[in-house]
Ligand binder design. Sequence first.
Ligand code: GLN
Length: 296
Amino acid sequence: MITIKDVFEDYRQLNNVYETQEIEAISLLVINHVTQLSKASIKAFPERELSNEQTEKLKSILIRLKTGEPVQYTLGTTEFYGLPFRVNPSVLIPRPETEELVEWILSAIGERRKVKDQRTKQFADSILDIGTGSGCIAISLKKNLPDAMVSAIDISESALQIATQNAELNTVDVNFIHADILNLQSTQNSELKTYNLIISNPPYVTLEDKKEMHSNVTDFEPHNALFVPEQDPLIFYKAIADFALINLIPGGLLFFEINENYGQETVDLLQNKDFSNIELRKDMSGRDRMVKAIVK
Ligand code: GLN
């Protein structure tokens, strides 16, 4: 019989792909997923024996991990903002930086609601997430703002399938729309209404950045969610800012996740398009990562 301790030993084969500490964390995550035992009990009882079925699952996941496939894809699930999300290679794996963006949006809306509430009791936020992928931003916003109307678009139908499953998994209603923000057709446009908040984490990785990225990301995650043309790295920001100027109400908010190397350029772009109160923020690693702006 195979014990938990044997699995930890077997998973050391990942030393070609990961550092020792990461191997520990990944092993724990996978054993927790497969056995449903708590992480504490996995650590406390290393001699515990596993069933044949569990052993087989753990072996097949290890084979995939050894190719460099991200652990979240091998499990098919991850967590974002305390909520469960299904993931597969048609969607980007939600990142912790994006949780910081969601936090910022929720606190900005909270601030606005305080002011609004004094004037009027009625207030419905109408939110659009552009390039929703797994749906992590749209769904976590809706979960935390149940009375808001939340819509989300993506160019990828397979991403929208996952996003729809994730909305069901989290028991929230999000209006998903299949559309390409760079080529909005009038039919698609008619589904898109007026919003008081638009948010996007669009593709922003350049070929230059790609050189420094781990092959876990570049070999496995969807390129249409990551990469931008070298000659026009802000292509999505320009299109989304123009869309926001037309589709946000006056005073409406625009939030972006951004490439750390393009903080000032993104601010300049928004300034040139006449947005106001532009604010650039860093992520927990101290990198320029998000921007907020207001439509005049
Ligand atoms: N932050 C992601 C990464 O590092 C990229 C996300 C994006 O392109 N929007 O892989």
